[in-house]
Design a protein around this ligand. Structure first.
Ligand code: SAH
Length: 376
């Protein structure tokens, strides 16, 4: 075995104009050709190199050997245009990720009511093993490339026939564990020559990777940050989020202070309410204290049941009581319980079903009964 197989063509949706220029210079093409290629890729959304009709045929051929402009296809769409639509996307290697389009999303992340928010994935599977989450049930497979992150938006916009205004990195995966590809994708998504979504309309959500939060604070684009907190004390958080054993709350909040010092936007603390696990009013009081310490907003999300997992959402009076503790402590807190708006809850479940049915992964559910502390 001497000859190695040729590299797969790379996807232009993850390339910068400089990289395109370099390739075209090597092909002895004038500079304006690079500009045309970038325009075709992003502004005109060419579905293939061949569709770049004002490029000479020979050049299109040469480029086709190196590049593609699509590397995934829509395998399934569920939901309807006026509610949440879930897209199951099939990747070049046969794996699947999910993307969820939410039409109007008033209270979230500074968005206005006419905004369309897309919840994108950053990895196939997830290594962080949060006990309540469908995405991690089958473990971690791989990082998405920058192009695969960007293409989720391109695919959904083409299918829906409308532009996406807001992005939340709350789909499958831990975005900060895929830092290089994530930040490259954000640059492309934000750029004028790229997709053109304002940095303030992108929210990165993390389970709490403290060092990477600091690194992201030094990233020049003014994106927003959301933290999946789900527990206001180490003992409660330890039970449901193994990442808390690595980065304790004190270290996480130190990183959030660092973020605050660098940025004007408020951080959002995400808090799923799970009955008997983290919904006690003592946790609400601690959460209020933590939120105030970094001037964060709090999003309360009643738990969305996942097949095979034992968790439930608390009663509505209990949800209200939890929120009231925060509000009375002067913390801006929203309680989202409208159907279809439970963004992230949607993510991961479709893909799990699809990959299990196709035999790509083993069903994680039968063997995996999760038991934790009192009341669960
Ligand atoms: N790994 C990142 C981003 C993906 S998860 C993170 O942890 O933030 C996106 C959000 O969905 C997280 O807040 C996660 O805790 C939440 N989530 C996962 N499963 C859920 C469920 N069954 N119901 C409600 N929210 C859920």
């Amino acid at each position: 075995m001497t000859a190695s197989s040729p590299a797969l063509p790379s996807n232009l949706l993850g390339a910068t104009p400089q990289e395109v220029e370099t390739v075209l210079r090597e092909l002895n093409e004038p500079a304006f050709r690079a500009k045309q290629v970038v325009e075709w890729t992003f502004a005109k959304r060419a579905a293939s190199i061949d569709a770049m009709s004002n490029l000479p045929k020979q050049l299109r051929q040469a480029l086709s050997e190196k590049f593609v402009t699509r590397s995934m296809s829509i395998a399934m769409v569920t939901g309807s245009a006026d509610t949440t639509r879930k897209f199951l996307l099939k990747l070049r290697d046969g794996r699947f990720v999910e993307t969820v389009l939410i039409p109007a999303n008033p209270a979230l992340y500074g968005g206005k009511s006419d905004r369309r928010t897309l919840c994108v994935s950053s990895q196939v599977g997830c290594a962080y093993d949060c006990k309540f989450c469908a995405s991690g049930l089958a473990g971690f497979s791989r990082n998405l490339t920058a192009a695969e992150i960007v293409e989720q938006i391109v695919q959904v916009e083409a299918h829906a026939g409308e532009r996406v205004d807001n992005l939340v990195f709350m789909g499958m995966g831990e975005p900060l564990a895929n830092f290089t590809n994530l930040t490259r994708a954000i640059e492309v998504l934000n750029a004028e020559w790229g997709i053109g979504i304002g940095a303030r309309h992108m929210t990165v959500s993390t389970s709490g990777l403290a060092p990477q939060i600091k690194k992201l604070a030094d990233f020049p684009l003014q994106i927003r940050l959301a933290i999946s907190l789900h527990g206001a004390s180490d003992d409660v958080r330890d039970q449901i989020m193994p990442v808390n054993k690595k980065y304790r709350l004190a270290e996480l909040f130190e990183a959030l202070q660092y973020w605050r010092a660098k940025r004007k936007q408020h951080i959002t603390l995400e808090y799923i309410l799970i009955e008997g696990v983290n919904d006690g009013l003592d946790q609400a009081r601690l959460l209020a204290k933590r939120a105030r310490s970094i001037e964060a907003k709090v999003n309360l999300i009643p738990y969305n049941t996942v097949e095979g997992l034992p968790w439930n959402r608390p009663s509505e009076p209990q949800q209200d009581a939890f929120r009231d503790v925060l509000t009375n402590a002067g913390v801006t807190a929203t309680l989202r319980r409208e159907k279809g708006h439970d963004i992230a809850a949607a993510c991961g479940q479709l893909r799990l079903k699809q990959e299990t049915e196709l035999g790509i992964i083993e069903s994680p559910v039968p063997g995996k009964r999760i038991t934790i502390g009192a009341g669960a």
